[in-house]
Design a protein around this ligand. Structure first.
Ligand code: SAH
Ligand code: SF4
Length: 346
């Protein structure tokens, strides 16, 4: 369901703007339905009150936990079932965060990512994106939402921006704690600065070499890394929060001395944080799919230190939930495989 449609439905039930805000706040803040109903009896017009339970039932049915996979680091990977039977992943992160999906599948097709394997299956609606946060809030407190699950937010911009707007207002999430993660797209740099809720930006850079980037991210918009950094820097200065660069570390490919030089040249002195994320193996039928390897932790740590010395604020990350099902989209892929195997289709 598109978020503007929910607003329309509320208005059709006689909601004034203040009622609309109150109802949306109850939903997004994950207050239990009973409380919302109680509050409704206290404050809302009769027609709205009687219409609300069925609307809330619909909203609750948008995203449901299909299975949950806790990790030793305090994260929980949730395979979330949508009303049409599709599934996406949401990850409850340590320290009050949640990572949400924006699409079923993805059209960019990064060679190291499981999500891109089957292309784009469908967009998530704004309500389905917000409903993942509501689901997370039924489990624990949420103060940060990162759009780093399945999908490319820039390819579903209207719905993602509707979700960001709601989460940053009635959802009570601080704007810089909403993190829009993208391979970089001109529409993002045009749209985000104009939004009333301006999220923080994570740019998945992965290499400073334009030709290599075209190979690793085959259907990302063809913007040279140097220009991406310029566009990112302008947004960082404008919002007052740093750009978070993402760098999936692939041994022998983008952990080289040439890349170190390239990163130092592009990012030294910039309002930015570089996140190095050792590649999580993407497996198909038990075998690594693309022959990529992650560098050793020591090598990755040495790269982080070298960048630090050259003036680039760098963090080495283990992606959350790593010991559960490593990498973006792999939980869903595993569930699909099991499902197909159990139906005799391998
Ligand atoms: N499409 C957006 C957001 C979702 S992907 C984007 O690409 O930014 C979120 C992050 O997961 C990206 O930085 C991506 O590079 C990373 N990622 C995907 N597959 C990975 C893997 N196998 N190992 C490590 N990081 C991976
Ligand atoms: Fe899509 Fe991001 Fe995966 Fe690339 S890394 S295929 S953009 S989800």
């Amino acid at each position: 369901m598109r978020l503007p449609l929910i607003r329309q439905r509320l208005r059709a039930l006689g909601a004034a703007p203040c009622h609309e805000r109150r109802v949306l706040r109850a939903w997004v803040q994950g207050r239990s339905l009973d409380n919302a109903r109680q509050r409704a009896e206290d404050f809302l017009p009769l027609r709205l009150r009687t219409g609300l339970p069925s609307l809330f039932d619909e909203l609750n049915a948008l995203v449901q936990a299909h299975s949950e996979h806790p990790g030793a680091d305090g994260s929980v990977r949730v395979l979330a079932a949508l009303a049409d039977g599709q599934t996406v992943e949401a990850v409850l992160l340590p320290r009050d965060g949640v990572c949400v999906s924006t699409q079923v599948g993805c059209a960019v097709g990064c060679v190291f990512c499981m999500t891109g394997r089957a292309g784009l299956l469908r967009q998530l609606s704004g309500a389905e994106i917000v409903a993942q946060v509501v689901l997370a809030r039924s489990r624990r407190a949420v103060k940060k939402v990162v759009f780093m699950g399945m999908g490319e937010p820039a390819h579903n911009l209207d719905n993602v921006m509707d979700a960001i707007e709601l989460l940053g207002t009635e959802g009570g999430i601080g704007h810089k704690n909403l993190v829009f993660s993208t391979v970089g797209d001109r529409r993002v740099f045009e749209r985000l600065p104009q939004s009333t809720v301006r999220p923080a930006l994570a740019l998945s850079l992965h290499t400073t070499d334009p030709a290599l980037r075209r190979r690793l991210l085959p259907r990302a918009p063809d913007i040279a890394p140097a220009e991406l950094v310029e566009l990112g820097e302008a947004y960082a200065r404008r919002t007052g929060y740093p750009i978070q660069y993402q760098w999936t570390l692939l041994e022998g490919i983008n952990d080289t001395a040439a890349e170190l030089d390239g990163i130092a040249r592009l990012l030294a002195g910039k309002y930015a944080v570089m996140n190095l994320i050792p590649y999580n193996r993407v497996e198909r039928d038990g075998t690594p799919a693309e022959g990529f390897r992650r560098p050793s932790w020591e090598r990755a740590a040495a790269m982080a230190r070298a960048l630090h010395v050259r003036g680039v604020l760098t963090k080495l990350r283990r992606s959350a939930g790593q010991d559960v099902e490593a990498g973006c989209g792999q939980l869903r892929a595993r569930a699909l495989q099991l499902h197909q195997t159990s139906r005799g289709v391998t």
